[in-house]
Design a protein around this ligand. Sequence first.
Ligand code: COA
Ligand code: AMP
Length: 632
Amino acid sequence: MSEKFKRIYDESIKNPEQFWQKAAEDIFWFKKPTKILNKSSPPFYKWFEDGVTNTCYNALDIHIDQGRGQKKALIYDSPIAGNKIQFTYKELKSKVAKFAGALRKQGVNKGDRVIIYMPMIPEAVIAMLACGRIGAIHSVVFGGFASNELASRIDDSKAKVIVTASCGFEPGRTVEYKPLVDAAINMANHKIEKMILFQRAGHEVKLNAPKEISWDESLSNADDVDCVEMNANEFAYILYTSGTTGVPKGIVRDIGGHIVALKWTMKNIYDINEDDVWWSASDIGWIVGHSYIVYAPLFKGCTTVLFEGKPVGTPDAGAFWKIISEYNVKSLFTAPTAFRAIKKEDPDGKFFSKYNLSKFESLFLAGERADPDTIKWAEKLLNVPVIDHWWQTETSWAISSNCTGIEMMKTKYGSACKAVPGYDVQVIKPDQSLAKPNEMGDIVVKLPLPPGTFPTLWNADERYKQNYMTNYDGYYETYDAGHIDEDGYIWIMSRTDDIINVAGHRLSTGAIEEVLSEHQSVAECAVLGIADKLKGQLPIGLIVLKAGVDKDHETISKECVKMVRDTIGPVAAFKIVIVIKRLPKTRSGKILRGTIRKIADKEEYKMPATIDDPEILNEIKQDLIKSNILKN
Ligand code: COA
Ligand code: AMP
C-alpha cells in the first residue's frame, strides 16, 4: 500500500473523531461543533451534533465572503435546448436568495419538504440551494419517473410545495411535466399546497391560480433572504431510492456531515481545487447529481457544469468532448454506460479527434460495474487515468476509490480500488465469519459510518435498523457482494437483493413485479436483470398467465410493458415480457430468479438442490431462445 495513502487511511479508521474534526475546520460554521461523534445509541450515530451551519452558506456565500464572488460557479449547457448560461457565485447567490424568498412567501419554513421534479436546468439547482438557505428539506425526483412514483414520494415526504417545469427534453420527444405532476397530485393522499412551475420558453403551459403559479410570478415581490442557522443533524434532503420492495426508501442526509465529507472528497478523491472546472454528467435526480453536480463542487468553490444532453444523439458522439474542451474541464464523472454508448457509436474516436482536451486530467466512473473493456477503451482514447469507484445513494460519496488527490494508485481492471478514508470495509461469508483475502461474501462497512452518509431513513428509524444494520451486528450491510484481494482492492461483483442497475439507474425488480402482477391476465411473474452490452443490465419479465386466458400473448406483453412505463416510468427501460408456462421454484415456493438469470446470461449454474421440477429450467431455456434473448 502506498505510504501517504496508508497513513491517512489508517488515521481515519483509528481516530475517526480527530480525523473528521480536522476536516470540519475547512467549512463554515455559525457555531463550531465541540461534540464530534455521539455513539450513545447505535446504529444511530450523530456527527457534529452541537455544530450550527447552513448548506447554502457553504455552497455560495462563503466564497463571496472570501472575495471569490466573480468566480464562475455554474455553467449550464444544453445542446438539447440550444441554450448556454453561466453564473458567477455572486449571480447564483442572488438568484438563490430571491427564490428562497419566493418559497418563504409560499409558507415554506425550516423543516418543510419541497419536491423538485425538474429537468436539468439551472432553476433546478437554484431551487435545491434555496431550500438549503431557508432550512427546507428538498426531495428531488428524477424526471424519468412516472406519476405514480412521484405520488408515492409526495405521500411519504408530505411535501408542502412542488417545484416543477413545463417540460423536459429527451432526444426526439418533449416530456410534458404538467400532466404528470397533475396526475401525481391527484393520486397522492397528501395534499400539496402549491405548485411553482418554471415555464420553458416556447413551451408555456396553462396554470390554475392560485394553487399553481409560475416561477416568475413566485419571484415577484419576493425578498432576498439570508441563510438560516441549522443544527448539524437537521436534514438537508430526502432522496428516495429503490428498496428491496416496491416502497421506495427515503435516504436522508444531515447537514453538517454532508458539507464536511463532500468538501473533503473534492480534493482528496478527485484532486479538484478552487480554480478547476469539474463536470459530473449525471442527472440531479440521482445521488451522483446531488453530490457532484451540485453540492461538492460548490462547497469546494470550483466551477461545476450542468449538462442537459446525452453522450450520444445530442447531437452526436462528440458531445462530451465538446463540453470538456469548450470549458476546460479538468475531470469528468459519469457512468460506464455513457462511455459504452459513445464507444458503440464512435469506436475509433473520430469525434474525439476534433477537439482539444489538453486540460483534461481524469475520468471517474461509478453507478455500476465498469467493465475492463470500456475502461481500457477510454484510457486509450483519452490518455488519462480512468478510475472506477464504488458508492451508493445511502453513502452519498465514494466508499472505495483511487484517491487521486492523496496518492495515485495502480489500476486493477474490474476492481473499484481501495476503501476510502472513513470506511472500514469488510467481507462477511455466509457462515458470518470475516472473509480472508479473495474470499467472496457480503460487503459490509464497520459502524460508525463516516459523516455525510445516511443517519436514518425518512420517518423510518426501524426500517433503517432492520434493513441495513441487523443482519451483521455492528456493520452496515451494503447489499453488494464481492471480495477484497490481498492488496486491499475491492471487487464488487453483484447485488444481494433485487436491485438491478440499468444504464447506471438503480431499479428494483420487485417494484416491476408488483406492477406486472396487477395485470388481470397474469397469475405470477418474475423480473430479472439480464446482461446488456450498452446499459449493463436490462430488466426482462417472465409471466405465467391465469388459467383460461385466451388473449394473444403479444397483446398481453405489450400491455405489461405499457403498465410498467406508466407506473414506474420510461427510466425502467422495460421492453421485454415473455409468456411462459410455469416458473421454476424451490420446494418451499421461492422463485429461482438467480438461476433463470444465469441461464439467460449463459453463465454456468448448479441445479438447485431444492428445485421442485428441474425440467422447468429446460422449458425456460427454450422460451428464452424462442424470444431471441438467448442465442442457441
Ligand atoms: N425524463 C424523462 N424521460 C427520461 C429521462 C428524464 N430525465 N431520462 C431518461 N428518460 C427516458 C429515456 O428517454 C428513455 O425513454 P424511451 O424508452 O422512450 O427511449 C428511457 O427513459 C430509458 O432511458 P435510458 O436508460 O437512459 O436510455 P437511453 O437510451 O435514453 O440513453 C444512455 C442511454 C446510456 C445514453 C443514457 O442512459 C445515459 O446518458 N446515461 C449516462 C449515465 C447517467 O446519467 N447515469 C445516471 C447515474 S450516474
Ligand atoms: P445508487 O444508489 O443508484 O448509486 O446505486 C448503488 C449501487 O450501484 C451499488 O450498491 C452497486 O451495486 C452499484 N455500483 C455503484 N458503483 C459501482 C461500481 N463502481 N462498481 C460496481 N457496482 C457499483
